[in-house]
Design a protein around this ligand. Structure first.
Ligand code: NAP
Length: 264
C-alpha cells in the first residue's frame, strides 16, 4: 500500500511525521508522493485543506486520513498518541471509504472560464470596502447583495467559516451547498434574505458583480486570490467527491458535539 504524508510544519507535527515514516516502513507501507493510495495529513483541518489541494487531480484514486496535533478536527480524527494504532490498522485492514460532496466554482472573465474544486468554502469580498453583487438562483434574479462578503460552503465546510456566520451545520450525506452572508446591509434601499440559503445538487447560483473592473478577493478554502475582470461566478455541487478512509466509527454528529459543545 502506497502513502503520501503532509504535515503542518510545526515541531510536533514534524516529529510525528518522522515517527509515521519509521513505523510505516517497518510495516511494509511504501512512501509514494506521486501516486499514493492514502494521503495522511498531520496537523489540523487547515493541513487537510492543503493536502486536498495538492492531490485534488487524483481524488478518484486515493483516500485521505487526518491526524490532529491539537484538538479533534472535522477532517483529522486521529490523535497524536494514536499513531501506532492507526498504522497497525492501515497495514492489516481495509477501511470504510466515505465520500463527501465538494463545491464546483466557475469564474468567467473576458479570457474565458476557470473552474475550481473546493473542500470547505468559496468566499467573495471586495478589495476595497463594500461588496455589491447580484445573486441569481437557477438563472433567475434572487437578490442584490451589499455587505462585507458572501461565503458558499460545502457540507463539511459548514462547520468552518459558515458556522461563524450563523449558517446551518449540514450533514455531509446531503449533496448541497450553502450561501451565507457576511454582514449584509439591510435597509429600505438594500435588501437581502438575511438568513443562509441551502441549495440541492441540481440547483446552482451565480454571483454577478455590477462592475467587472472592480477588484475582488476570491477565497478558495485557505487560498486568497485578488482578481479583476470578473463577469460572473457560478457555484454548484461538484460531480466529483472527496474520499476519507475510516478505520473506526466516528459519526459526524459526535464530531460536531466534541468540537463545539464538549462532553455532556
Ligand atoms: P486558519 O485561519 O489558520 O484556521 C481557521 C480555523 O478553522 C482553524 O481552527 C481550523 O482548524 C478551522 N477549520 C478549518 N476547516 C474547518 C472545518 N471544516 N470545520 C471546522 N473548523 C475548520 O486558516 P486555515 O487553517 O488555512 O483554514 C482555512 C479555513 O479557515 C477556511 O476554509 C475557513 O473555513 C476557516 N475560516 C474561518 C473563519 C471564521 O470562522 N471566522 C474565518 C476565515 C477562515 P484547525 O485548527 O484544525 O486547522
Amino acid at each position: 500500500m502506497k502513502y503520501a504524508l503532509l504535515d503542518r510544519g510545526d515541531r510536533l507535527s514534524r516529529d510525528l511525521s518522522e515517527q509515521f515514516h519509521t513505523q510505516a516502513q517497518s510495516k511494509g507501507l511504501i512512501l509514494n508522493e506521486e501516486a499514493p493510495d492514502f494521503v495522511v495529513s498531520i496537523g489540523g483541518d487547515g493541513t487537510m485543506l492543503q493536502a486536498f489541494h495538492r492531490y485534488k487531480e487524483q481524488l478518484e484514486h486515493l483516500a485521505f486520513i487526518g491526524v490532529h496535533t491539537g484538538h479533534l478536527g472535522f477532517y483529522a480524527d486521529w490523535q497524536k498518541n494514536e499513531l501506532s494504532e492507526l498504522l497497525e490498522l492501515m497495514a492489516t485492514s481495509e477501511p470504510r471509504k466515505i465520500h463527501y460532496p465538494l463545491l464546483h466554482v466557475e469564474i468567467e472573465t473576458a479570457e474565458g472560464k476557470a473552474a475550481h474544486l473546493v473542500l470547505n468554502e468559496f468566499t467573495l469580498k471586495s478589495a476595497d470596502g463594500t461588496l455589491v453583487s447580484a445573486i441569481h438562483i437557477n438563472d433567475e434574479p434572487f437578490e442584490m447583495f451589499r455587505g462585507d462578503g458572501i461565503v458558499i460552503s460545502t457540507p463539511t465546510g459548514s462547520t468552518g467559516y459558515n458556522k461563524s456566520l450563523g449558517g446551518a451545520v449540514i450533514h455531509p450525506s446531503l449533496e448541497a451547498l450553502q450561501i451565507a452572508e457576511i454582514a449584509s446591509i439591510n435597509n429600505r434601499v438594500y435588501r437581502t434574505l438575511g438568513s443562509s440559503v441551502i441549495l440541492p445538487k441540481h440547483h446552482h447560483c451565480d454571483i454577478v458583480p455590477p462592475d467587472p473592473e472592480e477588484e475582488l478577493i476570491l477565497g478558495i478554502d485557505h487560498m486568497l486570490m485578488p482578481m479583476t475582470g470578473i463577469r460572473s461566478i457560478t457555484c454548484r455541487v461538484a460531480d466529483r467527491k472527496v474520499t476519507f478512509a475510516r478505520y473506526r466509527p466516528f459519526t459526524f454528529w459526535n464530531r460536531v458535539r466534541e468540537a463545539f459543545i464538549g462532553s455532556l
